[in-house]
Design a protein. Structure first.
Length: 666
């Protein structure tokens, strides 16, 4: 069946909206949904979209805007500031993986240029999958989580040289030896020249240009200017024989140093997201199910080898930088997953003729396998890391371990688990009050410096029962969990409660979403950062408004004693956090129609407490009453503001409005 171009676009959009919507609902990366749409509608399957080449040409702008956005987020000063950690590790990981995988591909029979391209493709990792899976597991705040996410983001920058090299390899496919080296040197020289031109032009033209445009206060003109600058920079590098994306990256990197960075990113995001989705659709159209059926076993074997090789290389590299072996192993496992940017490099290599169609199908199959296996590897990174590195403390950290002779004399001290900024602040105040404390942390550099400074800080996993006993848990008077890793905090609470059921435990968390879970696990007090920040703002605001300090402090004390209920009473709206959180308490307004069951009854007789719901306010004829009494009789048109969990709120609303409950009225 042949469709008109308009119907092809309509069909493509319809299927894309449906598939991506389903993938997002089941919490699968959208990029896989776009790939599936392209594979289904492309020329190798249903062949309903025949203008694949036109789509590919338009989709190339998705990579242009993606690199432009990456450039915005990695300005020159920021890259320079990361040179000692993420830059070194990120660059080393990409280089080693490219060389190792490329060498294996060359030994398997691929030409050197194609082998290099395959190595570059597999050197990338998916930031979207890593961030999502680590977030679901409460591991974004861990050492391996922070390091893996930072390295995956920085990989996008280290991949930029491939945008210069791959087209040269394609154009010089028959050139070898010194001639090829000369071509690469000439390409790098042109890249340096392009960088200088874009950098100077941006410094002397872009800032004044955007100042002038911003003064017009026209979002339309600002967006048009952003599009003009990004595409003009891309055209400039393209005219030099370099890739379009490289020029866009340079323009973004220079604009990232200006005060317009955030507005530029906001303006370009809709174009980037749509065109990037279209790019993944075009990649999906490259999938040939018949060819893939013949090479799937080879693709799976390659995926297994690449995952193992990448895990080992990253683990060794991270461990060599001074990170303990367990954290290094978990970082390696997390970064083993393939990346969406690898598809971009594969498309560039295929378009430049560096890699042939058969090798591209095998590489594409292996890439898809790594993307599918990635979330599982990240989910079980802790047990899998035991196969790579022993979780026992390393000998290099032996001097930082707690000494029984030192800790056996401790009495009535405070244990601090996590010695970051918050833990150190707690320690400083305890020291000034003359209260003894012992801290545990898994950052060897931080522990070493604090230890040398004479502070009672030791290297160790606070969730380990033996470690807790070694730092005097039996004689402690308080335990403070000052890190923000909720998953580790829950494990720690389980260990501590098995050893000391009477010990008061304070736990820090970012927000109120996990407060009840931590309390059930045994926490005595949970301090949500966002709520405490709100408390401080309210305190200062009331004092500045002239409210007596004693009255303000009493209000704050009451709010804390009520477990921040007043601070937790807010309307969530339809944001992603509220939609994904099935337990967070919230406010909900219920309007009583004339036939509602609750009309004519008092709040006390409705049994809202049975649903664990509280009526916080009543709005009648435009007048708002806080904390209405149990004897308040409800009328038609009243708006009752309820506070509780989502499920409890639904039950309470049915209780207030349900006609079916009229017969059950007392």
């Amino acid at each position: 069946m042949t469709l008109t171009p308009f119907l092809e676009i309509l069909l493509l959009l319809t299927v894309t909206v449906f598939v991506v919507g389903v993938f997002q609902r089941v919490r699968v990366p959208s990029s896989l949904g776009y790939l599936l749409v392209g594979a289904l509608l492309g020329p190798h399957a249903l062949a309903l979209v025949t203008s694949a080449e036109s789509i590919r040409l338009v989709a190339e702008f998705g990579i242009v805007f993606l690199l432009f956005t990456i450039g915005l987020n990695f300005s020159l000063p920021q890259i320079y500031s990361l040179r000692h950690t993420v830059l070194r590790l990120g660059t080393g990981q990409v280089a080693l993986t490219t060389l190792a995988v490329g060498a294996l591909a060359w030994l398997a029979g691929l030409p050197p240029a194609a082998a290099f391209a395959v190595g570059a493709v597999f050197a990338q990792s998916s930031t979207a999958i890593i961030a999502k899976q680590l977030g679901d597991q409460d591991e974004l705040g861990t050492r391996h989580g922070r390091l893996a996410l930072a390295m995956s983001v920085f990989q996008d920058v280290t991949a930029v040289p491939f945008l210069v090299i791959l087209p040269v390899l394609g154009a010089a496919a028959v050139i070898t030896g010194p001639s090829l080296a000369g071509e690469l040197a000439w390409a790098l020289a042109k890249a340096a020249f392009a960088f200088g031109v874009v950098f100077l032009a941006s410094r002397h033209l872009l800032r004044p240009l955007f100042h002038s445009v911003a003064q017009r206060r026209s979002p339309e003109l600002f967006t048009l200017t952003v599009l003009l600058v990004s595409l003009a920079a891309a055209a400039a590098t393209d005219s030099l024989g370099l890739s379009l994306a490289f020029g866009a990256f340079l323009a973004g990197m220079v604009l990232g140093e200006t005060e317009f960075r955030h507005q530029v990113e906001t303006s370009i995001r809709p174009f980037r997201d749509v065109l990037l989705g279209l790019f993944f659709v075009s990649i999906g159209m490259l999938v040939d199910p018949r060819a893939m059926a013949e090479v799937w076993h080879i693709g799976l074997a390659i995926a297994a080898v690449v995952l193992a090789l990448k895990t080992g290389l990253v683990s060794l590299l991270v461990h060599a930088s001074g990170i303990d072996r367990p954290a290094a192993a978990r970082t390696g496992i997390t970064l083993a997953v393939g990346g969406e940017f690898g598809f971009a490099l594969l498309a560039i290599a295929l378009g430049a003729g560096v890699i042939d169609a058969t090798a591209a199908q095998v590489t594409l199959t292996a890439m898809l396998a790594t993307l599918i296996a990635g979330p599982l590897l990240i989910r079980y990174n802790r047990p899998l890391s035991g196969l790579i590195g022993d979780h026992a403390p390393q000998t290099s950290h032996a001097a930082l371990q707690p000494d029984a002779a030192q800790t056996s004399r401790l009495r009535d001290h405070v244990l601090i688990c996590g010695y970051g900024r918050i833990g150190q602040n707690v320690g400083r105040f305890l020291e000034r009050e003359g209260i003894a404390f012992v801290a545990l942390d898994l950052d060897p550099q931080r522990v070493r410096e604090a230890h040398e400074a004479g502070e009672p800080v030791f290297y160790g996993d606070a969730a380990n029962a033996e470690m807790l006993e070694a730092v005097g848990l039996a004689n402690a008077r308080l335990l403070v969990v000052s890190h923000d890793d909720v998953g580790e905090a829950l494990k720690l609470l389980q260990q501590v409660r098995a050893l000391r059921s009477d010990l008061p435990i304070m736990v820090r968390t970012r927000d109120e979403s996990r407060v009840d879970e931590l309390m059930r696990a045994g926490a005595t007090e949970v301090i949500p950062e966002t709520l405490e920040a709100g408390m401080m703002i309210v305190t200062h605001a009331l004092v500045l408004l002239g409210v007596p300090l004693s009255h303000v402090l009493r209000r704050v004390r009451d709010a804390r004693s009520d477990r921040y209920r007043l601070m937790r009473e807010f309307f969530h709206g339809d944001d992603a956090l509220a939609a994904n959180d099935a337990t967070a308490e919230r406010l909900h307004a219920v309007t009583l129609p004339a036939g509602a069951f609750a009309v004519g009854q008092s709040l006390g007789t409705l049994g809202l407490h049975q649903d664990r719901v509280l009526a916080t306010a009543l709005v009648r004829a435009g007048h708002r009453t806080l904390a209405p009494g149990a004897d308040t009789t409800l009328q038609a048109g009243d708006v009752v503001v309820l506070f509780g969990g989502p499920q409890d709120l639904r039950h309470a609303e049915q209780r207030l409005t349900g006609e079916a409950l009229r017969s059950a009225a007392p």
